[in-house]
Design a protein around this ligand. Structure first.
Ligand code: NAD
Length: 499
């Protein structure tokens, strides 16, 4: 598909579509073809301040709308997304580059999350407890917090906004959303559907622009008590530091360096399929991508050969073409970063088994295409085995046994996803216990989360919060404990101990 006309888009603030205060713009570009997708406002602090003001004003009423009614809007949103799924899928393959099947999965995840959180409108459970005093009633309830600043990356341009915006809204908060500058049109379409679903003015606002201007202003704005960010570790550290002044609630979902362990007794065909899917799906640009494969020595050579053959069969191409297995990477900078890690791996002494180059010819030069890359004989301490590359590159590490495999898997600063292929149930259970990660898969690759379970990681992958499932509500609500004393007299906890 090609675009003959480039449209100009706006911010949505307080129920109105507006240009940026400065009138400046930036373009979104198709990573497969280099074509311009659209022109967007390059916003500044002034635009953020307006959006926060609108969201703050809207909060006063939205927090009082009964949660089941808020849920009905999310149901409508989910239905609209179902109706528009094909359009969103196609747009995603053009703006972000994902192949169609995966783009459809990204949209489906947002549908699932919206339905799940719509249902929360009739739950949002708190607790009732006994009191230590007579004629007294105790309960805890979830309270909305206020304006939530939502800052998202480009790699799941519909799913990730839904993981944050759906629970924020169902809990009674209002939102200022800053999508990644590589995928602004998908962010914009997401908001259009929320408006169509019936969200009142000011409840959802979108402000386009860069992390340094728009994101940073949200992070520092005194009227934004909650910041939820998915991005790189470096951005997370900066955001946490800059939000500290106002003691904000900061929810961070950051990088990964996920490993698949394959033991000698594994089903090798299944393991190879899981590795190829997890390493090269979304061109390796998933926070849960398998960028390390830890292999017990008895099957190392056999697995390595299978993986090289399978990687070389993958067809590189534009995401919207039916026969494409691996799409482009997001932009030039990313392409250069990925290739620099190939050079680093070679310099470190790892063995380049396949790939390791920018794809050229065949129309590839217009986009950002990198050949699926596998390094063999990688030492666990090498930079290609420690640092997040965020591209179609994976590193094979040879280990002598299960214990070493677990040590190597854990020997990184991140802790997002993990996986083991084995037929030994005892080892599988030990792995479930000992792998230091927020997610562990048994006999499946490292990718493919479901929305009703908590999602997130340990160590430097985050700051202890979780997205999705019931756990997400903890980010967007504040617990309030309520004591109702109907004794008609002053009763003192811990002091009046008579029964
Ligand atoms: P990024 O950190 O460059 O940007 C993420 C978002 O933060 C963007 O919207 C960006 O504009 C904004 N931003 C940048 N600097 C900022 C600042 N100082 N203040 C406020 N906002 C700022 O990340 P990216 O390249 O868009 O995404 C890739 C990264 O995201 C990878 O590290 C990947 O692992 C991570 N990721 C993590 C998860 C997860 O759930 N753990 C999921 C997807 C992606």
């Amino acid at each position: 598909m090609t675009f003959t006309e480039t449209k100009t888009f706006q911010n949505y603030i307080g129920g109105e579509w507006r240009d940026s205060a400065s009138g400046e713009t930036f373009e979104s570009v198709n990573p497969a073809s280099g074509e311009t997708i659209g022109t967007f406002p390059r916003s500044s602090a002034e635009d953020v301040d307006r959006a926060v003001e609108a969201a703050k004003a809207a909060f006063e009423d939205w927090r009082l709308v009964p949660a089941p009614r808020r849920g009905e809007i999310l149901y409508r949103f989910a239905n609209l997304l179902m109706e528009e799924k094909d359009e969103f899928t196609d747009l995603m393959s053009r703006e972000m580059g994902k192949v169609k099947a995966e783009a459809g999965g990204d949209v489906q995840e947002a549908i699932d999350m919206s339905l799940y959180m719509a249902g929360e409108g009739r739950r949002l459970f708190g607790q009732t407890t006994p009191s230590e005093l007579r004629d007294k009633f105790n309960m805890s309830v979830r309270m909305p917090i206020g304006v939530v600043g939502v800052i998202t990356p480009w790699n799941f341009p519909i799913a990730i906004p839904s993981w944050k915006i759906a629970p924020a809204l169902i809990s009674g908060n209002t939102v200022v959303f800053k999508p990644a500058t590589d995928t602004p049109l998908l962010g914009e379409r997401f908001v259009e559907l929320l408006i169509e679903a019936g969200l009142p003015e000011g409840v959802i606002n979108i402000v386009h622009g860069g992390g340094g201007a728009v994101g940073d202003r949200l992070v520092r704005h005194p009227d934004v008590p909650v910041i939820t960010l998915t991005g790189s570790r470096e951005t997370g550290v900066e955001v946490m530091r800059n939000a500290a002044e106002n003691l904000k609630h900061v929810h961070l979902e950051l990088g990964g360096k996920n490993a698949i362990i394959v033991l000698d007794d594994a089903d090798l065909e299944l393991a190879a399929d899981g590795i190829i899917w997890s390493a090269f799906g979304t061109s390796g640009q998933r926070c849960t991508a398998a960028s390390r494969v830890i292999v017990e020595e008895g099957i190392y050579e056999q697995l390595q050969s299978r993986l090289v053959v399978a990687a070389e069969k993958l067809r590189l191409g534009a995401g919207w073409e039916d026969d494409t297995d691996v799409g482009p990477v997001i932009n030039r900078k990313s392409l250069e970063k990925i290739h620099s890690y190939t050079e680093i791996g070679k310099d470190e002494g790892a063995k380049l088994l396949t790939g390791g180059e920018v794809a050229t010819g065949n129309g590839f030069d217009k986009g950002n295409f990198y050949r699926p890359t596998i390094f063999g004989e990688v030492d666990p301490q090498m930079r290609i085995a420690q640092e997040e590359i965020f591209g179609p590159t994976t590193a094979l590490i040879r280990v002598k046994d299960f214990d070493e495999a677990i040590r190597v898997s854990n020997g990184i600063k991140f802790g997002l996803s993990s996986s083991i292929f084995t037929r030994d149930v005892n080892k599988a259970f030990r792995a479930m216990r000992d792998l230091q990660a927020g997610i562990t898969y048994i006999n499946a690759g490292t990718i493919g989360a479901e929305v009703h379970l908590p999602f997130g990681g340990t160590k430097d992958t985050g700051n202890g919060h979780r997205e999705a499932g019931q756990a997400a509500l903890d980010v967007f609500t504040e617990w309030k404990s309520i004591y109702v004393d109907y004794s008609g007299k002053l009763q003192k906890a811990q002091i009046d101990t008579e029964t």
